[in-house]
Ligand binder design. Structure first.
Ligand SMILES: NC(=O)C1=CN([C@@H]2O[C@H](COP(=O)(O)OP(=O)(O)OC[C@H]3O[C@@H](n4cnc5c(N)ncnc54)[C@H](OP(=O)(O)O)[C@@H]3O)[C@@H](O)[C@H]2O)C=CC1
Ligand SMILES: O=C(O)C1=N[C@H](C(=O)O)C[C@H](O)C1
Length: 266
């Protein structure tokens, strides 16, 4: 079977480095290029701390996505850049596998339409860790029976977006099974702004950012005389890599955009 020719955007980042380590070890992949903000024209192996891979680095994403023959773009950058990379990849018939979080609903709709127009697959997954996908699915099930729910997500303090993509996706999945309702006293007032967290359809999301954390989420359901907590922890970034691999394999036979890894699990 031929290898999946991958471009990685964000190779020096925490996730990008982990993806390169996975690609180096895994025979399924061949790294054909990287998109970075620095090191134009250099090779991955020449950059301190990156694996000994021959692929060239491009700082101009448009040139890279137009010139390099690739099957997938694995994007692990920032919301603004990730969106542009994804769009250009689809336009150049390279299938995006996007871990970058923080895209708006409007952007997701636009990318989905573009995939339909081009007849090309894409995977955008706010969380590639299988345990996190199960945590979201279990939460959706629980919300049917226990609709009072709040989400606490905890991440490292270098994270740019809040709430996390996983927390937003969890709230969206819960929205599919519960009717809109608010938690807490109808007349409650915040004496300190933000005390009750962000709100999606009445659900509260609380975002914690601390050094020492990686990626953690608790979904807490309250009922008469009881609570249920569904919790997931990523203790390292390798936890996301089996999902990146699965998405890269599955995207090859998709002809539309899939939002969330749950759609690719049996
Ligand atoms: N779906 C999932 O399972 C997961 C998703 N994520 C998401 O992945 C993204 C990356 O996370 P993480 O690795 O922790 O973040 P990092 O900040 O460690 O890495 C982001 C990298 O992107 C680079 N970058 C910024 N702009 C560009 C650009 N224009 N072109 C190419 N590279 C660029 C940055 O470069 P520089 O260093 O110069 O700033 C940096 O190296 C985030 O959106 C995060 O939420 C994270 C973990 C799991
Ligand atoms: O930035 C991170 O680290 C993570 N981002 C994703 C998110 O926003 O949900 C996935 C995971 O939580 C790690």
């Amino acid at each position: 079977m031929s290898k999946i020719r991958a471009i990685v955007a964000g190779p020096r980042g925490k996730m990008g480095r982990e993806a390169l380590r996975m690609i180096e070890k895994d025979e399924t992949f061949e790294l054909v290029a990287c998109i970075d903000r620095k090191h134009d024209g250099e090779r991955v192996r020449d950059i301190e701390g990156l694996p000994a891979l021959e692929a060239l680095i491009y700082t101009d994403p448009e040139t890279c996505l137009m010139e390099v023959e690739a099957d997938v773009l694995i994007d692990l950058t920032t919301p603004e850049n990730g969106y542009v990379h994804t769009k250009w990849a689809i336009e150049n018939h390279i299938r995006p596998v996007v871990g970058t979080t923080g895209f708006s609903e409007q952007q997701l709709r636009e990318l989905s339409t573009l995939c339909e127009e081009k007849g090309i697959g894409a995977v955008i997954a706010p969380n590639f860790a299988i345990g996190a996908v199960l945590m979201m699915q279990f939460s959706k099930w629980a919300a049917k029976h226990m609709p009072h729910v709040e989400i606490i997500e905890k991440h490292h303090d270098q994270k740019l977006d809040a709430p996390s993509g996983t927390a937003i996706k969890t709230a969206q999945l819960i929205q599919e099974v519960r009717s809109s309702q608010s938690q807490g006293h109808p007349e409650e007032q915040e004496t300190h702004e933000g005390a009750r967290g962000a709100e999606i359809d009445g659900m509260r999301i609380h975002s914690m950012r601390l050094p020492g954390l990686i990626a953690h989420q608790e979904v807490i359901f309250g009922g008469q005389g009881q609570t249920l907590t569904i919790k997931h922890d990523s203790h390292d970034r390798e936890s996301f890599m089996s999902g990146v691999k699965l998405a890269s394999e599955k995207v090859m036979s998709l002809d539309q955009l899939v939002y969330g890894l749950e759609h690719l699990l049996d």
